[in-house]
Design a protein around this ligand. Structure first.
Ligand code: ADP
Ligand code: ASP
Ligand code: MG
Length: 438
């Protein structure tokens, strides 16, 4: 079994959906197709839920009507048989009625949002499945709610995914294509939940690892992982091969082509991940696997929304137990730390989830004096630096001679050098590093 995931742009129009069906049918053997919502849908659904949560009923209803119109047009163009068209229109009405029912109901706003944004993937997978039926493909639609689950710490429950999805596959032996939703899942209390923005990549990796797939393919709108962020830097190029470690660092530190956690299940199960371009299927793309990689910097990524917290010890020299005390505060508030740097008297850490920032600061102030900087980015240079003992830092720091650096991290692993800078300087830093490092 191969797992093929198609992102929002790949299923963004009736013609793209048809192209996806072609690609899928050209891949031999059994496959699981994981789909995102059509591009723009998740954003619009967030907007609707925002209107509903803030009691803007009219705006919510207008946007719902607009989306229904858009989806009816998709059905007109995608499907040809009247019975399929009617069933698809009935499904669209049903899903948007479900969304409308949230107006004025008494449940937490976070749950309203989760219920509403989940509908995008339900719509795209149903439409794709109708199309497969029309072209005579051997396919079945599987609800992600039947196997994709997260626990009370929002971590995927691998055992449940393995067992439940394995049973589904076993029960459909002769079927060639299993279509399911990316992104959505059930929470530990059985409520509708999701794997965070861009989470369909993570769904594909979790499924691929659970069933020990032959390969996980991530089909998107670019020909694989580039050496730098193409949204900010010109003349970037696609990398043919990446190790799991390099890809994991790049995804975690902002390479948007992959959800931050999405490499981890595949790496653990040693299932290769192939990144491919739906709009240029012949381009080789990038293969992520266990492999030897050339030494030196291979790619650069940047992650925004970073907050740095500096804790200065009340005592002059760092006493033992100082770091433990700091980390315990973050553990208590389930806030993960991305980067750590230390000096004799102070420690700086970065976080990206500021939900409990105030509580964290209050408790840290019992340990030392606390400074907080916001609107920062982590720039990550990924590669294998194990052999490169000298000369590594010169091109990096020369490139950044005009950019103030807040933190530097190297040596945690052999696979990255990370720097924290102000987000306003990010583009300049990425371009300068591109010119200086490659
Ligand atoms: P999808 O909807 O298919 O999941 P995304 O928009 O999430 O697609 O991811 C693909 C986009 O990631 C590309 O269009 C590109 O702009 C962006 N991107 C950022 N960094 C990189 C990188 N290093 N390599 C390739 N694409 C990148
Ligand atoms: N549709 C979701 C999003 O836009 C998940 C995904 O595309 O991977 O974030
Ligand atoms: Mg994505």
């Amino acid at each position: 079994m191969k797992v093929l995931k198609f992102g929002g742009t790949s299923v963004g129009s009736p013609s793209s959906i048809k192209e996806v069906a072609n690609i899928v049918r050209n891949v031999e053997g059994q496959k699981t197709v994981v789909l995102s919502a059509m591009s723009g849908t998740t954003n619009s659904l967030h907007e609707i839920s925002d209107h509903i949560i803030n009691y803007r009923e009219e705006e919510a209803n207008d946007l719902i009507d607009q989306m229904i119109g858009k989806y009816v047009d998709v059905v007109d163009e995608l499907l040809t048989e009247k019975t399929n068209q009617n069933e698809a229109i009935a499904l669209i009405s049903d899903r948007f009625e479900f969304i409308r029912e949230h107006v004025g109901i008494e449940i937490p706003s976070t749950q309203i949002e989760k219920n509403i944004v989940a509908q995008g993937e339900i719509l795209s997978t149903n439409l794709f499945h109708f199309h497969l039926k029309e072209i005579g493909a051997s396919a079945t639609l599987v609800s992600a709610f039947d196997f994709m689950a997260i626990d009370d710490a929002n971590e995927p429950v691998i055992s449940k995914i393995t067992e439940a999805y394995g049973k589904i596959v076993a029960a459909n032996e002769g079927i060639e294509i299993f279509v399911t939703q990316g992104y959505i899942c059930l929470s530990h209390t059985g409520k509708i939940d999701n794997l965070k923005r861009g989470g369909s990549d993570y769904s594909a990796s979790l499924i691929g690892a659970a069933i020990l797939a032959e390969e996980i393919q991530i089909w998107t709108d670019i020909d694989g992982m580039h050496n730098n962020d193409p949204r900010f830097v010109e003349n970037t190029f696609s990398l043919k091969e990446l190790s799991f470690d390099e890809a994991a660092e790049l995804a975690y530190f902002g390479a948007k082509i992959l959800h931050p956690q999405s490499v981890i299940p595949a790496r653990k199960a040693n299932v290769p991940v192939l990144l491919k371009n739906t709009f240029e299927p012949k381009a080789p793309g990038t293969i992520i696997k266990n492999c030897e990689v050339p030494n030196g910097v291979r790619a650069i990524a940047a992650k925004d929304g970073i907050t740095a917290i500096k804790i200065k010890s009340f005592r002059m020299l760092m006493a033992y137990g100082f770091l433990k005390g700091i980390f315990e505060v973050f553990e208590k508030y389930k806030t993960s730390i991305d980067m750590v740097t230390t000096s004799e008297v102070a420690v700086s850490v970065t976080i990206d989830d500021t939900t409990y920032l105030n509580e964290i600061i209050e408790e840290l102030q019992e340990i030392g004096s606390v400074d907080v900087d916001t609107d920062l980015s982590i720039v990550c240079l990924a590669g294998d630096f194990s052999e490169q003992k000298t000369g590594l830092s010169t091109p990096i720091f020369n490139s950044l001679s005009n950019i103030p650096i807040r933190m530097i991290s190297y040596g945690g692993s052999n696979y990255n050098v990370s720097l924290v800078i102000s987000t306003v300087n990010k583009k300049e830093a990425l371009v300068a590093l591109n010119n200086g490092v490659f």
